[in-house]
Design a protein around this ligand. Structure first.
Ligand code: UT7
Length: 342
């Protein structure tokens, strides 16, 4: 049983196309004032030809390079996405093939915006359970522009595209042992009763040649009106988020046995600046410690935490030795948090 793991490297990728609020105001009934004041979003990046797998590979390659490990030493690849390009192969298998991580087992995970936290929790358990060297690559890659209806002002202005990645290991990049006891803890949870607050349909029922035309279709579970597009009950999700995020943070602090004062930064899912500030207030966290890049990226679902983490590491704000909490919430409903020593 290991008592340490470490983020060896991070990477991120945003599509080149940037769309600001004024550009939305030209095509739908909205305004920069409404979007900025209600969400904190000024602009976001949208795919303009890029595929989800492509952003995933770019972010992963940067993270592997930053980690200073050879791709062959990676044991596990998890890609979190609700917007893959293929139902099969998994995006994780595509990342494996493109990065040369030939020894990794691979799978995709969809927990909407909480995907990265769930993947981190799973990877952490592998890392801690393995007496042998174990390295995990987690990539969160999303093209929300595929899922939103650009005529629905309630959702389309909120979301952006992008990918973020981390390489985690229970050894240093050169294979040496880590300093002991760097493991903190994590917590993930779900509340299926709120499933209807954020929905998007997958496939239409099969029209195969053996169907009995008289048998009715099952009614849609959620009374989903927007076909494959994302439909969201914004206020209900807002209420959930402002409760679930503080709860996840408090739970992970309790499990890890650390005080809030020891936390240098919280890297939260970027859904709405108002949610972040309300959550900080609720737990008594200095609002400066609640990191936000939403003004420039919008909500990139599961990718938002590793993109923010990577940007803050590169900017120099997040430094080695600091204690971080990453926390997310989203469709499902799902939520969770991880505490770690960076
Ligand atoms: O990633 C995780 C999941 N997502 C979230 O965490 C999102 C959580 N929810 C929210 O962040 C907020 O609820 C929203 C940003 C989605 C909406 O903000 P709100 O303050 O809750 O607005 P609202 O839904 O109460 O709408 C207020 C008004 C409505 O007009 P009426 O009915 O009062 O006349 C909306 O039609 O704002 C209108 N509205 C807009 N107006 C201009 C909604 N979207 C827009 C828009 N531009 N883009």
């Amino acid at each position: 049983m290991n008592t340490s793991y470490k983020i060896l490297g991070t990477g991120s990728c945003l599509p080149e196309l940037t769309v600001d609020n004024e550009m939305y105001a030209k095509v739908i009934d909205t305004s920069d004032e409404w979007i900025t004041s209600r969400t904190g979003i000024s602009r976001r990046h949208l795919c303009d030809g890029e595929a989800t797998w492509e952003m995933a590979v770019k972010a992963a390659s940067i993270a592997i390079g930053e980690a200073g490990v050879s791709a062959e030493t990676i044991n596990m690849i998890v890609v979190t996405t609700l917007t893959p390009d293929y139902t099969t192969p998994s995006t994780a298998c595509i990342v494996q093939e493109r990065t040369g991580a030939v020894n990794a087992f691979c799978f995709d995970l969809n927990a909407a915006c909480t995907g990265f936290i769930q993947a981190f929790d799973i990877a952490m358990h592998y890392l801690c359970a393995s007496a042998e060297p174990f390295t995990a690559l987690i990539v969160a890659a999303e093209s929300l522009s595929k899922l939103v209806d650009f005529s629905d002002r309630r959702t389309c202005v909120l979301f952006g595209d992008g990918a973020g990645a981390v390489v985690l290991s229970n050894r240093e990049a050169d294979g040496s042992l880590l300093a002991p006891d760097l493991v903190y803890d994590s917590f993930i949870g779900a509340d299926g009763t709120g499933g209807g607050y954020m929905t998007g349909k997958a496939f239409e029922p099969a029209e195969h040649p053996f169907r009995d035309a008289d048998k009715p279709e099952r009614e849609d579970l959620f009374g989903h009106e927007t076909g494959i597009y994302l439909s969201m009950k914004g206020q209900e999700v807002y209420r959930f988020a402002t409760t679930a995020m503080p709860m996840a943070i408090e739970k992970v602090l309790e499990r890890a046995g650390i005080a809030l004062e020891k936390i240098d930064y919280v890297v939260p899912h970027q859904a709405n600046d108002r949610i972040l500030q309300a959550a900080a207030k609720r737990i008594g966290l200095d609002p400066e410690k609640m990191l936000s890049n939403i003004a420039e990226t919008g909500n990139t679902s599961s990718a938002s935490i590793p993109i923010c983490l990577d940007q803050e590491i590169r900017s120099g704000r997040i430094k080695r030795g600091q204690t971080l909490i990453m926390t997310g919430f989203g469709g499902g409903l799902t939520y969770g948090a991880c505490a770690l020593n960076y």
